[in-house]
Design a protein around this ligand. Sequence first.
Ligand SMILES: Nc1nc2c(ncn2[C@@H]2O[C@H](COP(=O)(O)OP(=O)(O)O)[C@@H](O)[C@H]2O)c(=O)[nH]1
Ligand SMILES: [Mg+2]
Length: 318
Amino acid sequence: MKYNEEDLINGVNSGNRVSLSRTISLIESDKSAIFRIINSLNKRSQSSYVVGITGPPGAGKSTLTNRLIQNFRSKKLTVAVLAVDPSSPFTGGAVLGDRIRMQEHALDDGVFIRSIGSRGDLGGLSSATSGIIKLFDAFGIDIIIIETVGVGQTELDIIKISDCVLVTLVPEAGDGVQAMKAGLMEIGDVFVVNKADRGGAEKLAREIDYMISLKHKEVKWSTKVILAEAENNIGTDDIVAEIESFRKFETDNNILIEKRAKRKLSEIETLLFQRMKYELENLKQDKEVKKIMSLVAKSDIEPEEAVNMIIKLFKNNF
Ligand SMILES: Nc1nc2c(ncn2[C@@H]2O[C@H](COP(=O)(O)OP(=O)(O)O)[C@@H](O)[C@H]2O)c(=O)[nH]1
Ligand SMILES: [Mg+2]
């Protein structure tokens, strides 16, 4: 089903949830859509705050996200959750489970929950994610929570889009050294040792604390490790308080502004690459390009020459 893009944007700008949902689908399926709509989105001087939650599968990220939603809602803040699942577009088991865990918020207009796939995307985190964050911002969401379901690069990429990174670990997922190997120690602003009702949580918290103390510190933020039982809603208030104090620290020290500016600059490269790929894909349908390709097929010219010719066309057409 095709929707009029102008109508969709008007809907997003005026707070229509259905329009928001459809616009997310649009930029997920058509990577070039964001370039067309970006200028028409409400400017909100980035008043949304993005919290990234990462950690191994089963650590309790979704359970914790659910608790965070409850907490922020009790403060009358609006919340959007984006679950990024690298393995499956919509129906993966993990995401399905996530949605069930967050089901209680389904009727709350101040909560918007959405999952997206990232299969095939460079770096694991969907290239649509930063565009969707802009949509949430235009929609007027106060807190955006990004939960990564995957392991590996997706976990680490979360730092590129988050204002605060929450690393969730559990004793049974192995020791802190494993977290360090995965690069998680480097990216966490707040560490949570979840499932503290099980054995080994305090030992893991001490290990993480020790590793934090070894870290080279550029900023004067003292990273804390918080013991929690997301399932039993224990430690959740402390986690929210820590997120809030990190936000204050970033804001008071101008770090948030700098971080977002840096992020925007590095976004140019990603977007440029993405856009070129899209434009080149379109150019393949061009009559001239087809002619060049057939010359290569007949061995009249080499691929290198063809590339030079296509780039020339590209420059003229773009
Ligand atoms: N024992 C215990 N189990 C928990 C706790 N928090 C979450 N779980 C359970 O751990 C499992 C995985 O949780 P989930 O939130 O889906 O983890 P995710 O994969 O990181 O999103 C679920 O069965 C939860 O009920 C906790 O504090 N203690
Ligand atoms: Mg989950």
